[in-house]
Design a protein around this ligand. Sequence first.
Ligand SMILES: Nc1ncnc2c1ncn2[C@@H]1O[C@H](COP(=O)(O)OP(=O)(O)OP(=O)(O)O)[C@@H](O)[C@H]1O
Ligand SMILES: [Mg+2]
Length: 469
Amino acid sequence: MFNKLALKIGLLFFVFIILIESVLFLILYVNYVEERVEEVMSNLLARGNTHSEVLEDSFESSTLNHVAMMESASDFIVIITDAEGNELTHSDTIEPEMRDVLQHTDFGQVPQKGEIVEDRWDEKRFIATDSPITVAGEHRGHVFMFAETNHIKGIVEHLRNQFLFVGLIAFGLTIAAIFILSRLITLPLIRMKEATEQLSEGNNEVSLHLDRNDELGELANAINTLSTDLNRLKQARNEFLASISHELRTPLTYIKGYADIAGRPDTSDDERREYIDIIREETTHLTELIRQLFELAQLDHNQFSIRKEQVSINRLFRSVAGLVRPAFDEKHIFLVVQCPPDMTAFIDPERFQQVLLNVLDNARKYSPEGTVVTLLAVQEEDTVVISVSDEGEGIPEAALPFVFERLYRVDKSRSRQHGGSGLGLAIAKEIVESHSGQISIQSKQSKGTTVRIELTRGDSFAESAVGGR
Ligand SMILES: Nc1ncnc2c1ncn2[C@@H]1O[C@H](COP(=O)(O)OP(=O)(O)OP(=O)(O)O)[C@@H](O)[C@H]1O
Ligand SMILES: [Mg+2]
């Protein structure tokens, strides 16, 4: 029930309370006890002085007896001596400790106004004062007053008991605090720990219902989100693996089939050559697929480094256009390239070339002959916007949200004929996002498609300003 964290916090709490209590007690103890002792002593001295004053007025045996009688009814004890220390009278029975005081008094040395002669209240049974009796300038005797120290000791003991009592209360409070803390803080933490353990064991269906809006509630929500994300990822991974194995199996089946036919003795040389061509084509396609998959895996694990530099968009466009133009010409598609001459961005040119190649490749593949594809760059307030528009077949609205997913193709049979594997846009998206940019696609069926790439100023201009100067 009492778990470690609660115990630690509770003990800390306890130590603090005891520390505060001790300091308070010490201050109280020292001041209060001193004050009380002082008070008792000065009272005693004042009483002795009063007696000595009375005796100075009339130093006679009747007055002496009167004083002794008065004190015998009080809590104090008086002993009156002559100037040499011989007892003249006393109120109560004289205890040996009182005698000690008398014996240790130096009767040759007369105190001026009366003084405290024994103040060790914690060691002795009595405290004592000595008031001189001086009649007409002549020293005649002493009034010794004694008070029992029991009273003071009682006060101190009372204080000590109170201290213990408060300590006990602190202890009780600590146990209560530990209990409450373990309910409020550590139990939820333990539940979350168990949930994360379940997550790591592969059980993705954990749900924590912590109905609170503090940090612990946020943590629980984060764990819930993590669990759903993990679930989604696991599902996506399974689907992806299924798609990959499908993608690999299909060309392999073709290759095996054609290889079988080519291997038959009754196949003519012409046919054999044709089949071998098909096999070569399929292997090329397979190699490309595997290369792309590998690239995606690297992108996923951030295993490739992006080497950003100040790149002239104009020059990048020209080199990309040079690469794709033969394929565009072959299909009689007109490629228009527009870009302000001095436009630059802070990007990795090789990776970005790959993005543009992938997007342009789509525009070409999914557009009929005689159409126009436009590669355009414009500078909007704090962004560079690169767009590729075509007048091709377009993408059905229902398919638009998925085109950036791996291995997704709108029309599997048709894009197989184009040799696509559904990885081009996924790779483009990874690269753009690793530049902190955004890629989006807009399309109208049988009207055309536009892919828009946005690079924010934060990542291109600001850095390019630093990098450029
Ligand atoms: N410009 C476009 N016009 C019409 N459809 C498009 C266009 N661009 C992409 N698509 C659709 O989106 C799908 C996904 O595109 P993506 O580039 O990721 O894969 P792919 O072109 O099929 O294969 P890969 O690029 O890996 O060779 C394509 O199969 C195609 O159906
Ligand atoms: Mg493509």
